[in-house]
Write a protein that binds this ligand. Structure first.
Ligand SMILES: [Zn+2]
Length: 349
């Protein structure tokens, strides 16, 4: 039996997240085996390791955002050569459920998902996901290609926002997602982009990436800055990319009449918020939530990465070797200057 190392999650508790030698999968007919080269460790994984997760049941292998090489192919797979550098869309909507029939693919009731995931030396791509495998140009590093899913989610938020030429946009959040929004907002033609956060290094990076103005909310009032920059009217669009009830409340106060708020950040179960409903009513605000993405967003996101329209250098800030993933990733992920943490799968146990 061929074996491989995998990071297996056995439930909450750091000691239950372990590197183990397990059976290496063999691709069946129509399937493709990838050798994983880079895979992201994100906030969801850190939370699952520390306190558990409502939608994942142990034991399992995490990792949806990955890139690697084609290692072997099953019968009937003729379009992928061994050794080709690729990334894969880890999810495909069913196409037939209540939401898919309404083109709301992000809410598909029966999506086909990549499970087990990519925190292993090899991952088997099931037949329904094989047409979501994309070849990468040699100039694009694996860690940038592996970021495609996050960019796809942000793209959906941008589509919902309706941002257009000469808009004023406020982004709340200076993490990797906030800096990703910033670049897409500029690509969409907004001329004034105000980014708010708490980390001086990230705010400086935001200025280099094209923010018109940054606000350190531990020192200055975002509301005052937005009023000053918009002659008192408020922003055309405000994006919540923090995931806190305070910023959701604040979003309502930053918008002009008829403005659009995008709720992107997720929060722990049971979180509530208090906003002034009169702001929504009298100012005719449009408050929209954005969650997940469509297959087309994934394709567009990868195109933006491969054509270098998006600078992921300041976003993918940290790496952890696969050999110390289970002991170090949670701690590295919690560092204030960590915007996205990628696992270097080449550094094996
Ligand atoms: Zn569906």
């Amino acid at each position: 039996m061929a074996t491989m190392y995998a990071a297996v999650w056995h439930g909450p508790g750091q000691e239950n997240f372990r590197l183990e030698l397990i059976e290496r999968p063999e691709p069946g007919p129509g399937e493709v085996l990838l050798q994983v080269r880079r895979c992201f460790f994100c906030a969801m994984h850190a939370r699952a390791v520390l306190v558990g997760h409502a939608k994942h049941y142990p034991p399992t292998i995490f990792g949806r955002m990955l890139a690697g090489d084609v290692a072997s192919v099953g019968a009937n797979v003729t379009n992928l050569k061994l050794g080709t550098r690729v990334t894969v869309n880890p999810e495909r909507p069913c196409g037939t459920c209540f939401y898919c029939l309404r083109q709301e693919f992000g809410h598909c009731l029966n999506p086909i998902q990549l499970r087990p995931g990519g925190m292993a030396e090899f991952v088997c791509i099931p037949e329904p996901l094989v047409n979501g495998i994309y070849e990468l140009p040699s100039s694009i590093p694996y860690e940038f290609a592996a970021y495609t899913e996050t960019l796809a989610c942000v793209l959906q938020g941008i589509d919902l926002s309706g941002i257009t030429l000469s808009d004023c946009v406020v982004i709340m959040g200076d993490g990797g997602v906030g800096l990703t929004f910033l670049q897409l907002v500029r690509l969409r033609g907004a001329t004034k982009v105000i980014l708010a956060g708490k980390h001086e290094g990230a705010l400086q990076a935001a200025l280099r990436l094209g923010a018109s103005r940054v606000v350190n909310v531990t020192q200055d009032s975002l509301l005052e800055v937005v009023r000053e920059e918009t002659q008192g009217y408020g922003a055309d669009v405000a994006i919540e990319a923090v995931g806190s009830s305070h910023t959701y409340e604040q979003m309502l106060t930053l918008l002009r009449c008829g403005g659009t708020g995008i709720g992107f950040g997720g929060m722990p179960l049971g979180t509530t918020f208090q906003g002034d409903p009169n702001l929504i009513h009298y100012r005719s605000l449009k408050i929209l939530g954005s969650y997940r993405y469509s297959p087309d967003h994934f394709r567009q996101a990868l195109d933006l990465i491969c054509t270098k329209q998006i600078d992921l250098g300041p976003i993918v800030t940290h790496q952890v070797p696969f050999s110390s993933l289970t002991t170090q990733a949670v701690e590295i992920h919690s560092q204030p200057d960590c915007r996205a943490l990628v696992i270097d799968m080449d550094k094996k146990p």
